[in-house]
Design a protein around this ligand. Structure first.
Ligand code: G3P
Ligand code: CA
Length: 257
């Protein structure tokens, strides 16, 4: 957690490790998440989809082609088939043997670290029922109890967030966007009835855009920071969270790093 760039305002700004510390290790694997926890990121960002046999799995692309040694669509493969793949070698030989994590494995692995989670539901239209499955998983892992680490669910699909809220109304949700029309006043006013966060792509962000989001009592986490000067800017704008492949770019400002 880092104070504002000016140092005067001490409200927390979360450092959020995008797909883990994806700048340093293969995205969405234990290696990347372990690195982020080691760096003291506040939240881990991860992408979830459903395997053919209905298990929540942590992977970004709809196919396994880019980030594993296999080929095919995530939704066509069972958890067992997905976990037989090597999800690390594509990044470098040191990471051979990294596996696609189930959400269960992921939440178990980090349960005692105190780290929070920013969970993205990926392409929910392909995965009917994914919101209910996610809600069940969060409950099973005690993440709906008071005192649990922060959990926020985000998606580019607003309908999916509405469905998720039916199951767990008290877990905050965020709309991801790269569309500047989502930052129009009327749209923000309507969004504020449904979501707690509007999370824009960096390219949409100006000081005025952040001010407008706040005007409607929404919070904002911005993605994806890959340069130190981008982190500087967002700290100065006092966003609520900075989603970054390089958590150290944000955390070097904090005394805890
Ligand atoms: O957390 C924001 C970001 O993850 C959204 O884009 O493509 O990296 O999932 P993507
Ligand atoms: Ca994501």
């Amino acid at each position: 957690v880092t104070a504002g760039a000016a140092g005067a305002d001490t409200a927390a700004i979360w450092t959020i490790a995008h797909r883990g510390a994806a700048g340093y290790a293969p995205e969405n694997t234990a290696a990347a998440f372990d690195m982020a926890v080691h760096m003291k990121a506040d939240l881990l960002e991860l992408d979830v989809q459903l395997s053919r046999d209905g298990e929540l799995v942590v992977i970004h692309d709809l196919s396994v082609d880019r980030t594993t040694n296999g080929k095919g669509e995530v939704r066509d493969m069972t958890l067992r088939e997905l976990q037989a793949l090597d999800a690390g070698s594509w990044y470098g030989p040191d990471y051979r043997g990294q596996r696609i994590l189930s959400l269960t494995d992921f939440l178990t692995r980090y349960a005692r670290t105190g780290v929070g989670y920013l969970i993205e539901i990926k392409e929910p239209s392909l995965y009917p029922g994914i919101e209910q499955r996610l809600a069940q998983e969060l409950e099973v892992h005690g993440l709906t109890r008071s005192g649990a680490p922060p959990v926020i669910v985000q998606s580019f699909d607003l309908e999916s967030l509405v469905r998720f809220k039916q199951f767990l109304p008290f877990i905050p949700v965020g709309l991801l966007t790269y569309d500047d029309r989502d930052l129009d006043s009327d749209r923000l006013r309507r969004l504020a009835r449904t979501v707690e966060y509007v999370n824009p792509h960096l390219a949409l962000v100006t000081e005025e855009a952040i001010r407008k989001i706040r005007q409607y009592h929404l919070k904002t986490m911005v993605w994806t920071v890959r340069e130190p000067n981008q982190a500087e800017l967002l700290l100065a704008y006092r966003v609520d969270g900075i989603i970054t492949d390089y958590p150290d770019y944000v955390l070097w400002r904090s005394s805890s790093f």
